[in-house]
Design a protein around this ligand. Structure first.
Ligand SMILES: C[S@@+](CC[C@H](N)C(=O)[O-])C[C@H]1O[C@@H](n2cnc3c(N)ncnc32)[C@H](O)[C@@H]1O
Length: 318
């Protein structure tokens, strides 16, 4: 039985097992925050009777959260995770730490659940760095966000082949802001909405882009409504749900881009060569052109969204 007043770190959605508990959910995902409702926060200060860590896929982040959880409670820390998130190795590493008491693991279909108690000191090497670190001149990141250790090769290829973009636009899935920073090198870009699900990535983007034309938006790009129809959208869309490849997610981003654009607007995107986005692009845009390709990636420009039906919500045209 989990104690009342529990802190739940990294929950993606309300767990039926937690229903009825006055748990506080901490999540950096805009999508998860919406599902979890008003009891969610990006950060929760203070100490709690117990903490449940829902293991993220990033090893550094998983270790950092467990270390933090031990600091946040004098009670138990519960760890819940899938095999694909490395729960087995986390369990083994904690069991080998003599200062900690680790309970028997309850094995689930694809994962484990167990408790840990002990001093946070024992895991001080797991603690997350206090400040973001610089991975390229002028760009900082934190562990666990997309492309935390280096500039993504797809985004780099897009930047190398970026056409001159003018007016107001958006970067859907803006991450820590590499693509956006390069879009804003053009004085003709008047405003750029950086729409990103991961608040930790967006916090880095805030440090990486101090340009006042950049507007940071913590939101699900598939639900976001641009304040007006846009002149351009750039993106390197995600195509994984968990670890599984999910090109439909990329296609949903293409639809979101088409909906956000003005009738003469254009989308410029990069994708892995093998991803078949062209049928969706041809369905939603009047002109689709591959403007660059290399052995891994293609850059596609799609112009003039092809709206057979009016948008459900009419937005102001500029
Ligand atoms: C391939 S990365 C592109 C990063 C970035 N544009 C760059 O400059 O490298 C895709 C990004 O989309 C974000 N993302 C995934 N699903 C999302 C969603 N539904 N809404 C907004 N962002 C999302 C991920 O967190 C990740 O940062």
């Amino acid at each position: 039985m989990l104690p009342r007043g529990l802190l739940v770190m990294g929950a993606a959605e309300p767990d039926p097992a937690l229903a009825g508990l006055d748990a506080r959910f901490v999540t950096s995902s805009a999508q998860a925050s919406k599902k979890l409702g008003s009891s969610s926060a990006q950060d929760a200060k203070g100490r709690f009777p117990a903490v449940l860590v829902c293991l993220p896929r990033s090893k550094e982040l998983a270790q950092g959260w467990i270390a933090e959880a031990l600091q946040r409670t004098e009670g138990e820390v519960f760890v819940d995770g899938e095999k694909t998130s490395g729960i087995e190795s986390v369990f083994k590493a904690l069991r080998k730490t003599p200062e900690l008491a680790v309970g028997e693991a309850i094995s689930k279909a694809h994962g484990k659940f167990f408790s840990v108690t002990g001093s946070a000191e024992a895991l001080k090497e797991w603690a997350l760095p206090e400040a973001p670190h610089e991975i390229a001149p002028g760009f900082v990141t934190v562990p666990g966000i997309f492309s935390a250790d280096s500039i993504d090769l797809g985004s780099r290829f897009l930047v190398e082949n970026l056409p001159d973009l003018s007016g107001e636009g958006a970067d859907l899935g803006a991450g820590w802001g590499y693509l956006a920073a390069n879009v804003l090198k053009s004085a003709r870009a008047k405003k750029l909405h950086l729409v990103e699900d991961d608040a930790r990535a967006l916090d880095c983007a805030r440090l990486n882009l101090t340009d006042e034309r950049a507007a940071m938006v913590w939101a699900d790009a598939l639900e976001w409504k641009s304040p007006r129809l846009l002149d351009f959208v750039v993106m390197n869309p995600p195509f994984h749900s968990g670890r599984a490849s999910d090109p439909d997610l990329g296609r949903a981003f293409i639809k979101a881009a088409a909906d956000a654009l003005s009738p003469s607007g254009r989308l410029v995107m990069v994708a892995n060569r093998h991803l078949a986005y062209e049928p969706k692009l041809n369905e939603l845009f009047r002109t689709v052109t591959q403007i660059a390709v290399n052995s891994h990636f293609k850059v596609i420009q799609a112009e003039a969204p092809n709206r057979s039906k009016p948008l459900a919500i009419k937005r102001q045209r500029r």
